[in-house]
Design a protein around this ligand. Structure first.
Ligand SMILES: O=C(O)CCC(=O)C(=O)O
Ligand SMILES: [Fe+2]
Length: 247
């Protein structure tokens, strides 16, 4: 096997995926179909998780911007977090970007999703790092613009300290009138425990989701956002990203 570099990362991911038994995908596929959420920790080898973690932790340590706001387009839910945006990530060593672009990874994601998973056409939303670093930090209830997100969990505290993800599937985002509380009351909230180095695939346009506020510890993730064919003819407006990042 060649040395692991940003230029060979796709080969490494392909070799890893090629060694998985066919039935590896079955549980996450079923969960994704039913809940819009599927754990997929097996899609990246530990060698790749290690370089991603190192790059992300370095980016959070040396940069990023602290946010503390409520977004009206998502029913005034809170964002209390540190973010490193796509442009800052792209300027670094390029591990996140190389993994994001890996065709082998997208092929695996497409198997779980049951449809093609494509690069997001809007550069500022391709990926973002979010770090919850203080008690009360949260990524409140919201949907995202494009169909899919893959979240790689760099670090997360034990369950008793919060930081787990909650989802309500089969919901959609009306930016003018999001009715978040109504959708929480009408729907079923599922909560998902995460461990360090987990990955999950989320159907982000039809799954209302949040990260439960932290009671302590630290939680750092990268969100890699992908599009579906249906997003090609969606008229996506980017208010929440624009409000967050003034892109
Ligand atoms: O932190 C998470 O697990 C979810 C992140 C998320 O929903 C987002 O970045 O849009
Ligand atoms: Fe999200």
């Amino acid at each position: 096997m060649s040395e692991l570099t940003t230029a060979t990362v796709d080969e490494h991911i392909a070799a890893h995926l090629g060694s998985l038994p066919d039935e590896s995908y079955a549980m996450s596929r079923k969960s994704f179909e039913e809940l819009g959420f599927g754990l997929i920790p097996y899609v990246l080898p530990d060698s790749v998780k290690q370089v991603l973690s190192d790059e992300i932790q370095e980016l959070v340590r040396t940069g990023g911007v602290r946010r503390d706001l409520q977004l009206k387009e998502t029913g005034n839910s809170h964002r209390k977090m540190r973010n490193v945006n796509a442009a800052e990530i792209r300027e670094h060593d390029g591990w996140v970007d190389a993994v994001y672009r890996s065709p082998a990874l997208r092929e695996a994601l497409s198997k779980v999703a049951g449809e093609p998973v494509k690069i997001c056409p809007y550069l500022p939303e391709q990926y973002i790092i979010t770090s919850l670093e203080s008690r009360g930090d949260t990524h409140g209830w919201h949907w995202d613009d494009y169909s899919f997100a893959v979240i790689f969990v760099v670090e997360v505290p034990p369950l008793e300290l919060g930081g787990f993800v909650q989802t309500v599937s089969g919901t959609s985002w009306d930016k003018e009138d999001p009715k978040v509380f109504q959708k929480l009351v009408d729907g079923v909230i599922r909560s998902h425990e995460l461990k360090p180095w987990d990955l999950y695939l989320l159907r982000t346009d039809t799954t209302l989701h949040q990260v439960h506020p932290l009671l302590g510890g630290k939680r750092t993730i990268v969100n890699m956002s992908y599009a579906a064919n249906r997003d090609d003819d969606k008229n996506i407006s980017h208010e929440t990203m624009e409000e967050l990042f003034k892109v």
